[in-house]
Design a protein around this ligand. Structure first.
Ligand SMILES: N[C@@H](CCC(=O)N[C@@H](CS)C(=O)NCC(=O)O)C(=O)O
Length: 257
């Protein structure tokens, strides 16, 4: 595991038994939206780790946590700080949490299968809906975050976000979700089998992002694999949705500048 255990220039006040979680700000204060940050938030909550959130707007990520990702032009969140240790990237973070807070376990049934599922979501599910979601993101971001998002994504795409989204529908997720539905039907009730695991959290993180963009779209997705024997994705969602209930905690903004 290669955690970014780097010395911080000015660490926020923290203790060995509390984690500081750097999450992405949006227009609704104290509400998580990013799929990757949701993964970390749900993992912290599921493991019962004591943590406090520092909300960071997109344009402030570099100044707040850039030191955890040396050489990266556009560093990313989530990042956590545990005492003097900083860990960047949701995948590194869950491995750190598993090592330091092993119970209840999340990397089930194995780290390799969890990694495979994460890659499936990152390289297949996410790209299948990215052009659908991208024009919907600025509407729920804070003003500075929204400006940053439009500028950087339009530069990346070479076209406007509206053009990128033209003709896209959430039904683009139907085919790539079919293996998940089939697997749930054969081996559920959870994605990894009999127990909740990080795989459930990964997919839930993506659905939380979609929910923030367009609430009705999640319901469309949940019904996509309906058959005469049931609705495996909806039934799974009803079983795991409680993991997304954000726990109350004192919050602090790093970007109220
Ligand atoms: N592989 C990273 C990806 C994280 C990521 O892409 N985060 C986005 C927000 S969802 C970000 O911080 N982007 C910063 C930017 O685009 O400037 C992880 O799993 O943590």
């Amino acid at each position: 595991m290669s955690t970014s255990a780097l010395a911080a220039p000015a660490p926020a006040a923290t203790t060995e038994d509390e984690i500081i979680f750097y999450d992405l700000l949006c227009a609704a204060p104290g509400e998580c939206w990013s799929p990757h940050c949701w993964k970390t938030r749900m993992a912290l909550q599921y493991k019962g780790v004591r943590f406090r959130t520092v909300w960071v707007s997109y344009p402030d990520i570099k100044s707040v946590v850039g030191h955890t990702q040396p050489g990266k032009d556009a560093p990313t969140l989530p990042v956590i700080q545990h005492g003097s240790t900083w860990v960047a990237d949701s995948w590194q973070i869950v491995q750190y949490l598993e090592a330091h807070f092993p119970s209840p376990p999340l990397l089930l049934p194995s780290i390799q299968s969890t990694h495979f599922f994460m890659c499936y979501c990152d390289y297949v599910l996410n790209p299948a809906m990215w052009q659908w979601i991208v024009p919907r993101v600025p509407a729920f971001l804070d003003e500075r975050g929204g400006e940053y998002f439009v500028r950087t994504r339009e530069a990346m795409l070479g076209i406007s976000l509206e053009e990128a989204g033209r003709g896209q529908t959430i039904y683009s997720l139907r085919a790539p979700l079919a293996p998940v539905a089939k697997n749930l039907k054969e081996y559920g009730p959870y994605i990894a089998g009999k127990q909740i695991s990080y795989m459930d959290i990964i997919l839930l993180g993506m659905l939380q992002w979609i929910d923030r963009a367009e609430h009705a779209a999640v319901h469309t997705i949940l019904g996509m694999h309906k058959s005469d024997v049931g609705e495996p994705i909806r039934e799974w969602y009803d079983r795991v949705k409680h993991l997304t209930v954000a726990q109350p905690e004192p919050a602090e903004s790093a970007s109220g500048r």
